[in-house]
Design a protein around this ligand. Sequence first.
Ligand SMILES: *Cc1c(COP(=O)(O)O)cnc(C)c1O
Length: 394
Amino acid sequence: MTTATFDFADSAAFATATRAIHAGQEPDPATGAVVTPIYMTSTYKQDAVGAPRNGYDYSRSVNPTRDSFDAQLAAVEGARYALSFSSGLAAIDVLLRSTLRPGDNILLGNDVYGGTYRLLAKVFVPWGIGLDVVDVTDTAAVAAAMEAKEYRYLWVETPSNPLLNITDIAAVSAVAHEHGVKVAVDNTFASPALQHPLEDGADVVVYSTTKYIGGHSDVVGGAVALNDEETREKIAFLQNAAGAVPSPFDSWLDIRGLKTLDLRVRRHSENALAIARWLEGRPEIERVWYPGLESHPGHEVAARQMHGGFGGMISVQVKGGLEAAKRFAEATRIFTLAESLGGVESLIEHPGAMTHASVSGTTLEVPENLVRLSVGIEGVDDLIADLEQALRVL
Ligand SMILES: *Cc1c(COP(=O)(O)O)cnc(C)c1O
């Protein structure tokens, strides 16, 4: 009998791609199945009253397929712990609800996913949480806000959704920690293939695994990764008490997606950089937002903080305003008009009317001529030809 002698979670010994394929993926002890089985069971036989085998008692609490993904993601993240959820927003909800009390305050970056803002403004604020918004790319503004008021969390998206703003995680974490504030980074856009916020000083990382980690637009999921054991216990308690867990099949799709993340994100990034450069030369386009372009105000920080690429997301402002932006988003043939992002297929959307409708009329409102592209891993020449024919309709 052979047993695993490697600790595949060891980030000093193994590359991200190796950890993604092997950590938490030990062959099934019963059969040797190389791929983690989908343990589609809600409950487990106990050999005596109150003696579950290896701790498995009920699948809201614990499931081997979910455990496998959690171990794999923690290893890829370089975190001690990862916990997965039924959606990205469920992960955010449980992280915040398990660690905040009414009367606590959150300092929120001024460009975030519309659903995150909706959860905070429409659920947490009525529950008694104070919410303030700051230009989180401006470290001095973050420091000034923290001088003026006591916060429990600084909430950062970098690159942000949808404007691709870049925040210096190390700089804002240093300021936050001087004030006793915890830093949460939503790392959905960069993914753990490109960016490791915990290494840069953040306290906790959240994901919508629906996006790059799942990677094939076929699963909705979320995760939290962190190193602090006490916070992990609080999150795990509420995860089990409230139950927003992924199904075994969801977990299996996340496992399969994460194995190829590194390869996919390299291609997403290469395609996106080529397309962003091409868009910058187009007369129909007023402005291209892509952190890999030297014209992007956060380019230098992104080049230092992101490793191996700048991701697959591009936003553009179209000349001709709202109507031209909508026509562009409706005229592509390979880029599919749809919400979401991070799948192998290219998507296009109008944030003002679609993913970010819930920030309309707030300080987070996005420009009405903004169009967001999730660049897939198709042939880049085909993608450019598609955008070119769509711009011709403007
Ligand atoms: C999609 C998304 C979320 C929400 O995740 P769901 O899986 O849709 O609940 C959170 N943050 C960012 C940056 C996202 O893009």
